[in-house]
Design a protein around this ligand. Sequence first.
Ligand code: HEM
Length: 224
Amino acid sequence: MTTATSVKAVVETPLSIDHAVPGSDARPAWRSALRPGRRSASRDAQFPATRAFDSDRAAWQAIAVCLGWSAMIVAAHHTRTGPVGHRTALVLHLVSLAVGFGTVLAVDACGLAVLAGRRTIGWMLRFSARADALIWAGFTGLGVSGVFLDPKFGNAATLVNLYAVLVVGLNGVYAGTVRDRIPVLADDAGVQDLPRSLLLRALGSGLLSQAAWWTSIMIGTFAS
Ligand code: HEM
């Protein structure tokens, strides 16, 4: 099987198969994963080539995030909304928040299940790949509806909020590149089979994502 078809097979396998990691030892899976040298030789033999990682695509996505972010700020400077428009935009803002951040929380919960050794890497990757569109749709909805909420640019909290939004977007692109770099693993592979550097990057990106989303939520709720 070629690398491309292996990737396809991993992404397209249905979610309904048994995803618990078999034969996990008593130690928490994340501990084994962060201790180098714990992976067995037979597991190493199952590590084929890495997934196709497209750095050009990631670069274009990052540029699109920066352009979209800049366009949103320019548009917000030139937009004045009446009370009905404001209320409508606020509803869209909150629906987008539920869709985007709700999906982020679901993906992060999958990550925690993998860290606890209760689910396989393959199961998490398939879930996360399918969740991507919802996260980006919610994130875009937040930006577009935010334009009509009359953000106060003279307010320092608004500026912090806008940079937090940029961090959410760029970190989302980065998280996609980390996912694309994960090797094609055996069906029952757990967190202990992940290369340590990728695990650390995924953890760092997940923590940054939570910090940036919560910054925006707190500022939107208490300081806008
Ligand atoms: C990750 C992205 C974002 C998140 C998580 C977020 C979250 C929130 C939340 C939770 C609220 C409180 C809503 C309420 O009062 O019930 C809010 C309000 C607000 N947001 Fe956002 N937001 C985001 C992006 C943006 C952007 C990009 C803008 C501006 C361009 C913006 C501008 C505002 C404004 C002006 C309010 C106050 C609305 C009002 O109460 O009249 N937000 N946001």
